[in-house]
Write a protein that binds this ligand. Structure first.
Ligand code: AMP
Ligand code: ZN
Ligand code: FE
Ligand code: FE
Length: 286
């Protein structure tokens, strides 16, 4: 019997417990195996901490791992996520940028807690770090605050925490001195990595989208989460016109986004090899 070759699939967007995912980096690698994925990139928010654990786990399981991170940025006062792929994990520029984000996130947490406090929702920093196993070196985010609000009985769901308090423009929303998209692109390109517009499906302000499409990106996340292929066509056409790469991934977060599974969206071997080749050609000097 000829051996049946399974279809190559790589999920290029997922989160671990190093940011607001609920699955550890090692467990993400195990899940990738269970879902028959051959390639993976862990794209935590503003953090590459997951790779210390993920690299040896991926080696032992035979999963191809591509370095990645989802960087928070701001444009026209709105939140924009930028994916970066193919940097060296030792790259001081990326490490330093993540460190600056970490400081920004810690300061932002205090400001959000002040706002919640003034509305009668009393939470301490330690309550928030509970869902990060008390580890203040990790990327603390609004979902961690939402989880603490649920624990205290202030809101029933994460969704409601965002809807009433933490979402953009709500009473406890603090952008927290985020960096511009342009500055983020500069850092990514200085690190000789590739910059991708994350989940354009979720950019509802057409002015923001139009501006981003004129910037110096290398690609767009055309395949995202559980959006149907009809929703992907628009981004695939744009990428073709601009000669941009089309990436894809699930944005898996574990139980905080229970509707998503690892591998819900993915890229094929050609795209994954292109990204790996870029990495090997550009980072071999490090
Ligand atoms: P942060 O990076 O701390 O600003 O938090 C952003 C993350 O919060 C996103 O990546 C999502 O995981 C989550 N998030 C944003 N908006 C919502 C929402 N309306 N409901 C639930 N989660 C959300
Ligand atoms: Zn997230
Ligand atoms: Fe995102
Ligand atoms: Fe994400």
């Amino acid at each position: 019997m000829p051996k049946v070759q399974s279809l190559f699939r790589a999920d290029l967007h997922c989160h671990s417990t190093c940011s607001d995912g609920t699955v550890s980096p090692k467990e993400l690698i195990n899940l990738a195996c269970e879902h028959s994925l051959q390639g993976l990139s862990i794209t935590d928010h503003d953090s590459i901490e997951a790779y210390a654990e993920a690299v040896p786990a991926a080696e032992s399981k035979g999963i191809s791992l591509l370095s990645g991170v989802e960087l928070s940025a701001v444009h026209r006062k709105q939140s924009v996520h930028v994916l970066a792929y193919g940097f060296a994990l030792t790259c001081p520029l990326i490490k330093n940028f993540c460190k600056r984000h970490h400081e920004r996130r810690q300061k932002r947490l205090l400001l959000i807690l002040e706002r919640l406090n003034s509305k009668g929702l009393f939470l301490k920093q330690n309550d928030i770090y509970d869902s990060l196993n008390g580890d203040s070196t990790l990327a603390v985010g609004r979902p961690h605050i939402a989880l603490a609000m649920i624990k205290k009985g202030y809101v029933p769901t994460i969704q409601e925490a965002f809807q009433h308090y933490l979402g953009e423009g709500k009473i406890a929303y603090v952008p927290g001195e985020a960096y511009s998209v342009e500055e983020t692109l500069d850092v990514i390109h200085q690190a000789k990595a590739l910059a991708i517009i994350a989940h354009p499906h979720l950019i509802y302000d057409s002015r923001v989208l139009q501006d981003l499409l004129l910037m110096n990106f290398d690609g767009i996340e055309g395949y995202y989460a559980r959006f149907p292929s009809s929703a992907h066509q628009r981004w695939i056409k744009i990428a073709a016109k601009k000669e941009w790469i089309i990436t894809g991934g699930s944005d898996f977060h574990g139980t905080i986004k229970p509707n998503l599974s690892l591998g819900n969206s993915w890229v094929n071997e050609e795209t994954f090899s292109f990204l790996l080749k870029h990495f090997k050609q550009n980072q071999s000097f490090i």
